[in-house]
Design a protein around this ligand. Structure first.
Ligand code: UD1
Length: 420
């Protein structure tokens, strides 16, 4: 099994270019099910999760045309869908496979998707997705681990109040309502930039979606949608991760191809921590900053601080000479990086969904275990500032969401390599 080996302490300088957003591409790929015309996507990251989504779509028996993922382009065309089942073997690899439920149901009037089950960061149910689709007239039966759903007369627009803000459920219902008959009013939707990017793509496919409140949209369902070309937004989580690397050990490190509007939540935290940065139109430059303040941070739905940067910011907070805390509000069991960071010398304790980060002396490299995508990359950040060698095992988690991480970091002077 591959490992990442890091010798810490080397400053990072030069440029890191951010790729397209994984969490924007995944729902947009699912949205391609809504049309029989080709959808051309640019700025697509070449990541394991994207490959898994391609397999999920291909498993539907769809003729898809996939080109040039190495040049970050993907063309998808679903002319004839003759299967409507997403199998367990694929769904268990990537929970986002459940995003095909809404579009498949809308297009085929029938869909069957394996329940994702638990994962490393908690139970992650799909009840909100199902309740919302039921409101459009879908019927659901649970059978041997699969949710089987159908809408023999097609989906019908309705008023839907999502009981909790969920990124995936918002995306599923927006896609389904786009091909339902009549109008849908959806309240309490997630407004993460990835959801907004999906809406942008759907609109260019002919969908009629309008915001009538901060978290409320109206959708006029259409009989057909058309193909389109869409340029995916930059990955704000990848950008935030490298921005944290810059604050930890940068020497004029420039992170380019970012969308500053999407980074406001982390920039606010950087300001509180008195970190120096220079923000430009689509890039930001940072150098190592000494941190003399402690903060109390909570993860929240966008525009709040993202749960997907919680593990990474924890590494930065551990370098402060004052105590900080982080409350994780989005996912249960999302502090699995804490014992690993503590093995490297961090002083972090956990009380329920709150972690207390106390000042620590220099971190010392150690063999550590990657547990999920974002936890793993926090270990990379910790390795970069630690004394000596850090060996990160189970790095397949990192490959799900970070394209060529060791190349991007080593080009900037970091001592990091992949080992078989
Ligand atoms: C998406 C992101 C993930 C990010 C998360 C929160 C993708 C592919 N993944 O995940 O990286 O961490 O948003 O920003 O975009 N919930 C329910 N029932 C449901 C659905 C969700 O109880 O039916 C709960 C979840 O367990 C969690 C919370 O709602 O506690 C938010 O989850 P959700 O926003 O749905 O996350 P995902 O879409 O799975």
């Amino acid at each position: 099994m591959e490992k990442i080996v890091i010798i810490g302490g080397e400053p990072l300088s030069g440029n890191i270019t951010i790729g397209g957003s994984k969490n924007a591409v995944l729902p947009i790929m699912a949205a391609c099910i809504l049309t029989d015309e080709a959808v051309h996507l640019t700025n697509v990251p070449n990541l394991q999760d994207i490959q898994t989504m391609i397999k999920v779509l291909e498993s539907l028996g769809v003729k898809s045309e996939i080109s040039n993922l190495n040049q970050n382009q993907l063309t998808v065309c679903y002319e004839n869908i003759d299967k409507n089942i997403a199998e367990y073997d694929l769904v268990r690899k990537m929970r986002a496979s459940v995003l095909i439920l809404g579009p498949l149901l809308a297009r085929k009037k029938e869909a069957s998707v394996s329940l994702p089950g638990g994962c490393a960061i908690g139970a992650r149910p799909i009840d909100i997705h199902i309740d919302a689709l039921k409101k459009l007239g879908a019927e659901f039966v649970l059978d041997r681990g699969y949710v089987n759903c159908k809408a023999p007369k097609g989906l019908k627009g309705n008023k839907i109040d999502l009981k909790k803000i969920s990124v995936g459920a918002s995306e599923n219902i927006i896609m389904a309502a786009s091909l339902a008959s009549g109008e849908s009013e959806i309240n309490n939707i997630a407004i993460e930039p990835e959801v907004i990017d999906l809406i942008k793509c759907l609109k260019s496919m002919g969908s009629e979606i309008d915001f009538i409140g901060d978290r409320k949209i109206l959708i006029q369902g259409k009989e057909n949608l058309r193909g389109t070309t869409h340029n995916v937004i930059p990955d704000r989580i990848e950008a935030g991760t490298y921005m944290i690397a810059g604050a930890l050990i940068g020497n004029n490190l420039k992170i380019q191809n970012i969308e500053p509007d999407h980074m406001q939540n982390i920039l606010n935290v950087f300001e509180e921590l008195e970190i120096n940065f220079k923000l430009n139109k689509d890039s930001i430059s940072l150098s190592k900053s000494d941190i003399e303040v402690g903060i109390n941070l909570q993860t929240e739905e966008y525009p709040g601080f993202p749960t997907d940067l919680q593990a990474q910011i924890m590494v930065l907070l551990s370098k402060s000479n004052k105590q900080s805390s982080i409350i994780e509000n989005i996912f249960e069991n999302r502090f699995m990086h804490v014992p690993e960071l503590n093995r490297m010398g961090a002083q972090i304790s956990i009380e329920g969904n709150k972690s207390i980060i106390s000042p620590s002396s220099e971190l010392i490299g150690a063999p550590v275990m990657a547990t999920d995508l974002r936890a793993s990359v926090s270990l990379v950040l910790a390795g970069l500032i630690s004394k000596g060698e850090t060996i990160i095992n189970r790095i397949y988690h990192i490959d799900r969401g970070y394209e060529e991480i060791e190349k991007k970091i080593s080009q900037c002077g970091g001592n990091i390599r992949r080992m078989k």
